[in-house]
Ligand binder design. Structure first.
Ligand SMILES: [Zn+2]
Length: 208
C-alpha cells in the first residue's frame, strides 16, 4: 500500500516522540561500563532484551559485542579489537562470552550459505575467484558443533591473546534463548587463579 509507512519512517516517527518526551532521561550514563564488564554474545533477536534482563543489567552496565554465534573468527579481527579496547581503554575487568542453545550457527554449513548467495545472484565465478585468491571461505563461514565447546574455545582465545592483560577475568556461559537461564561453562575466577600462578611476578606488578 502506498500510504503504508516504511520501516525507516516508522522508526524515525517513534524516535521523534522518544526524544521529545525525554524518555532518554532515565537511561543516561557515561561511556565507562558501570560494572566494568564486557559481553560477547550472539546477534540472535530472541536475546536482545532477554539477555540483559536475565542478567540484571541496565543501560551503561556493560560493553556488549554481538555477532553470529558469539565467535571470534580471527585473533586480529574486529571482535578481538573491541574486547581489547574495552579492557585497555574502558576499565573492563571481566569479560563474559555468552553463547546460547538453539543457535543458528550450530552445525552451520558454509556451503549452504554459499548456495544462498548463488540464489541471490552471486556467481560461481566470484566464489571461485575468492577461493583462488586464497580466501578460506569455508573456514571463515563455519559455525560450531557444540555451543559449550565453542564458548570454551572463545574464552581461551581471549585469555591467551598476547595483548589481553592477565588481570582480566574471562568467563564462559550459555543462555537459554526462551527462559534466559544461564549455565556456566567456564568460571573465570577459578581459571584466573591458575593463570596468575603461571604468570608469576610479571602479573603481580600489573595487578592494581
Ligand atoms: Zn545464535
Amino acid at each position: 500500500m502506498a500510504d503504508e509507512k516504511s520501516m525507516l519512517e516508522t522508526i524515525l516517527d517513534y524516535n521523534r516522540e522518544f526524544v521529545d518526551s525525554k524518555e532518554y532521561d532515565n537511561l543516561s550514563t557515561d561511556k565507562y561500563p558501570n560494572k566494568e564488564l564486557a559481553i560477547l554474545t550472539c546477534m540472535d533477536a530472541r536475546i536482545v532484551e532477554l539477555l540483559p534482563k536475565a542478567m540484571g543489567l541496565k543501560n551503561g552496565d556493560a560493553k556488549v559485542i554481538k555477532n553470529a554465534g558469539a565467535l571470534i573468527t580471527h585473533p586480529w579481527g574486529a571482535v578481538m579489537r573491541s574486547l581489547l579496547v574495552a579492557a585497555l581503554e574502558f576499565n573492563v575487568k571481566e569479560i563474559m562470552v555468552i553463547g546460547h542453545t538453539d543457535c543458528g550457527m550450530r552445525g552451520f554449513d558454509p556451503e549452504h550459505l554459499l548456495d544462498k548467495a548463488r540464489k541471490f545472484g552471486i556467481t560461481d565465478a566470484t566464489i571461485t575467484t575468492l577461493r583462488n585468491a586464497g580466501i578460506d571461505l569455508d573456514g571463515w563461514l563455519r559455525g560450531f558443533d557444540n555451543v559449550a565447546d565453542s564458548v570454551r574455545f572463545t574464552v581461551d582465545k581471549i585469555r591467551n591473546h598476547p595483548l589481553m592483560p592477565g588481570r582480566v577475568v574471562v568467563h564462559g556461559l550459555v543462555i537459554h534463548p526462551t527462559t534466559g537461564k544461564l549455565h556456566t561453562v567456564v568460571n573465570g575466577y577459578v581459571e584466573h587463579t591458575n593463570l596468575l600462578e603461571e604468570l608469576g611476578e610479571r602479573e603481580i606488578e600489573d595487578h592494581d
